[in-house]
Ligand binder design. Sequence first.
Ligand SMILES: C[S@@+](CC[C@H](N)C(=O)[O-])C[C@H]1O[C@@H](n2cnc3c(N)ncnc32)[C@H](O)[C@@H]1O
Ligand code: SF4
Length: 476
Amino acid sequence: MLPFESFSYPFFDLNYETDHQATVSAFLSTQGIPIPNDADPGKKALYVHIPFCDTICTFCPFAKSVGTPERIDAYLHALQVELQVLGATRRIAEWQLDSVYIGGGTPSVLSPEQIGTLVAAVRANFTVKADAEVSFEFEAKSITEDKFQALAELGVTRVSFGVQSFEPNVRKMVNITASLEQVYSAIELSTKYFENTNLDMMVGFPGQDRDHARLDARSAANSGIGSVSIYPVDYVMTLPGWQNRIRAGQLPRPAGLDERSAMFHESRQELLKYMSEQNMYCFGAAEAPPTRYMFSTLYGGYRDEAVGVGSGAYSFIRGLAYMNESDERRYAKAASTGVLPITRSSPGHAYEKGLVFFPKRLTFDMRDLKVLGLEEVYADRINSIVSDGHAEIADGILRLTESGKLVYSELMAHFFSDMQQRLYHRMVARLSKQVGVIDEHEWQAGAGRVAAMGAASALPGASSRRNTLPLVGSPQ
Ligand SMILES: C[S@@+](CC[C@H](N)C(=O)[O-])C[C@H]1O[C@@H](n2cnc3c(N)ncnc32)[C@H](O)[C@@H]1O
Ligand code: SF4
């Protein structure tokens, strides 16, 4: 199995030198070019990042820190300015949002008044469709009944929080500080106010084995929550401090890649005993849709676009992916002056987006390729996974099979553009050599399997050239 996990794609090329801020501003000031012969504008989403937490979990790679009331105020002010500037750009002003995702960090550290002001700023600067999904991430220590009540009144439709593990030793090891009593009380209160509730689990912690993982999955399924999302621990993106502690022997060595993959799949099987599969990561009631923000837009096709505000937020607009300044104080300083606080961008995002994310979603609408004129470009790669039995096609929908699920991350890499392949291999090679949490032989074997599936000129080799990045996934 390849160590390609939850949230690392696309990879930004740090050697790509441009004035990112100017590039993105110019891009947003033009109207999107319609896809010829296609009336479907795609799904549109807004992500709002709140980078504050009461305590810090050691595995977490997201932009976050413990704030102070002054920093939180300054940050919220900057967010309002960014929402205003972005919402007025030519490209985004025409968007009708299908979903809004307020995530973090921990949005529930905000007071009901602060949350109210934030949601009002979103609605004042963006068009949110009447039936939009509005998600809010919370954490068990900081959520209270009056906050749930305020969220329901503000039109929030879905709430989600991280449990990660019900095992006290794991929780302690990674500094998850909410008690299990707080977790169960949060589940009870969330389901009182919302129909759409979710908790996140992680699998593959240092020291965890298959029995632990199965037991954890069972506890999640039986916790009373509406849906469970389960993610493999992402050792690629996780914090260097945690990786160093693993290397120094201060934490148990995690199981190898292939064993972690087996743990993930056994956990999925356990969840399936109690809940229906929504996609690779999410389980819930058969009729309940998975989060629209993530699975319809972020992991959607080329026409589906998401813009992010706040520190470290990513934006995926067709033609360009970019990222905001991740240091919260630097972000607040820049954004509050009305400048878009962008530090990285990558042109050409991304014809192949829908195919790269297809193994997570489990389906891909093949009509997209026809509309985009890309049928021939991807024909060989699609045929090869169909003939290997990893996917099948019916009624124009490419669908992952059970055997495909077992190699889903390899199938994602199979659809990377050449540039993304190179960046990915460079990053994983560094992690396997320097940190040792990724076994070099195992990932080389996974990379070999991807190459054998017939990905274009896949493997590492040449580093990408300065200033001359090809369009990501460009068909030429
Ligand atoms: C960043 S948190 C935000 C929500 C809230 N702060 C909480 O902890 O519940 C969202 C989810 O990201 C996932 N996550 C964080 N670090 C991860 C890692 N290293 N590998 C995989 N998933 C991770 C966890 O499942 C977590 O619940
Ligand atoms: S997992 Fe959630 S609570 Fe823990 S550090 Fe990350 S954002 Fe904060």
